[in-house]
Design a protein around this ligand. Structure first.
Ligand code: S3P
Length: 439
């Protein structure tokens, strides 16, 4: 899936100019095909993200016996018999590098009386799974996994779930969504309380389909699903987490103007946008509208001098995937930027605190690690270096943005993982006038 041997070579970029569209939202794409499996009939997902992570989800869903078609480059059609017609996956399900695939599927497959085994890349098998296996076991699912369910591979025997009341120890949309999906199969209501504003796409999509779910503040209640979901035709908005790289690039590169069309601006996802604006970044939202129950807008971004800020608390949750590129923005901001309360970054695709600090150091950034975040002293001049993505798509793209404003050439090794979330990233930057090469 990922071409892990490739190196991305980035040259300094004097100007970024033009209009682009980012691919479909990764979180929503995963959820859309899982909900299509819960529906009985034919559903269509437009703007589906054909990237490594979501393709893993699509393959897993088709292993349940759904017929899958690709009628257009960014669309997927799924014919589902509904959960009572799902078959047991005939082989081990490969979740590749995708934490969302594994955690949400663990919830979904805890529902029906089927046996399945989930595994993934070495990277994914190092990521914590107890956060889903423990509450799902409390609901009655039988889940076996390495170190008592802490790590994949996970073997799941679903069925006979009971509703529970569960306080999430960390704000996690993946855990919340796993419990919501399982709750649809339980014999009584499930109540989930989250400590912070984790992305709410699952709740919105289920509400939109008339599923028995209610949300009050940070408390979600799910009732058992008595009939399959209705089939749907859904359009996925562009991914804010992909737009993030273009936003930061367009603010930092000295000249030009970038318009990013059709970006999802769900408030649980706009932490970076808010913080960049607080730093003095010129980002205008125009043409605000709603697509598939999600707020969407076009973003107009212009080069801007930035000032340092502090980021902590709920804002961290609302920009949890954006810290690698935020660190790059902070290197160009005047003053001391501090990120706290972000210890979750240590259990993402990589330990993103350690990896970002280590790689940006190589480019001359004044950045220091904290147990729960990092501190950056800016502005500082970055220089090109040979850096590594550590197999983390978001780190690879953040380093590419750093390369655009560095002096000299930046080589990012192991950059093929970019396809996990943003397969057209290089093409898009080339279109805007950057000079990059995959070798
Ligand atoms: C995701 C939730 C976030 C995020 C991940 C995608 C999702 O993880 O980091 O990239 O689609 O639910 P957590 O929920 O574990 O914070």
């Amino acid at each position: 899936m990922s071409e892990r041997w490739s190196t991305l070579v980035v040259s300094p970029c004097p100007r970024l100019e033009g209009e682009v569209q980012v691919p479909g939202d990764k979180s929503i794409s995963h959820r859309a095909v899982m909900l299509a499996a819960l529906a009985r009939g034919t559903s269509r997902v437009r703007g589906f993200l054909y990237g490594g992570d979501c393709e893993a989800t699509l393959a897993a869903i088709s292993a349940l016996g759904l017929e899958v078609e690709r009628p257009a480059p960014d669309d997927v059609i799924l014919h589902s018999p509904g959960p009572e017609g799902w078959q047991e996956p005939p082989d081990v399900v490969d979740c590749a590098n995708s934490g969302t695939t594994m955690r949400l599927l663990t919830g979904l497959l805890s529902g029906p009386p089927l046996t399945s085994v989930l595994t993934g890349s070495a990277q994914l098998r190092r990521r914590p799974m107890k956060r889903v296996t423990q509450p799902l076991r409390q609901m009655g699912a039988c889940i076996l996994g390495r170190r008592d369910g802490q790590y994949a591979p996970l073997a799941i025997r679903g069925g006979a779930l009971r509703g529970i009341t569960y306080e999430l120890p960390v704000a996690s949309a993946q855990v919340k969504s796993a419990l919501i999906l399982a709750g649809l199969f339980a014999d009584s209501p499930t109540t989930i309380r989250e400590p912070g504003p984790a992305r709410d796409h699952t709740e919105r999509m289920l509400c939109g389909l008339g599923a028995p779910i209610s949300v009050k503040g940070h408390t979600i209640t799910v009732h058992p699903l008595t009939t399959p979901l209705p089939p749907f035709d859904w359009t996925v908005p562009g991914d804010m987490s992909s737009a993030a790289f273009l936003m930061v690039a367009a603010l930092l590169v000295l000249r030009g103007e970038v318009i990013i069309r059709n970006v999802g601006v769900n408030p649980t996802r706009t932490g970076l946008l808010d913080v960049l604006r607080r730093m003095g970044g010129h980002i205008e939202l125009v043409n605000a509208r709603e697509v598939g129950g999600e707020p969407v807008a076009d973003l107009v971004v212009r080069p801007s001098p930035l000032r340092a800020v502090s980021v902590q608390g709920g804002t961290v949750v609302r920009m949890i995937d954006e810290f690698p590129v935020f660190a790059v923005a902070a290197t160009q901001a005047q003053g001391r930027t501090e990120v706290r309360d972000a210890q979750e970054l240590r259990v993402k695709e990589t330990d993103r605190i350690a990896a970002v600090v280590r790689e940006l150091h190589k480019m001359g950034a004044h950045i220091q690690e904290l147990p729960d975040g990092f501190v950056v002293e800016g502005p500082c001049s970055l220089y090109g270096a040979r850096v590594s993505s550590h197999g983390d798509h978001r780190l690879a793209m953040a380093l590419a943005v750093a390369g655009l404003i560095a002096s000299g050439t930046t080589e990012i090794t192991d950059a093929g993982c970019i396809v996990d979330s943003y397969p057209t990233f290089v093409e898009t930057l080339l279109h805007l006038g950057a000079s990059l090469d995959m070798v």
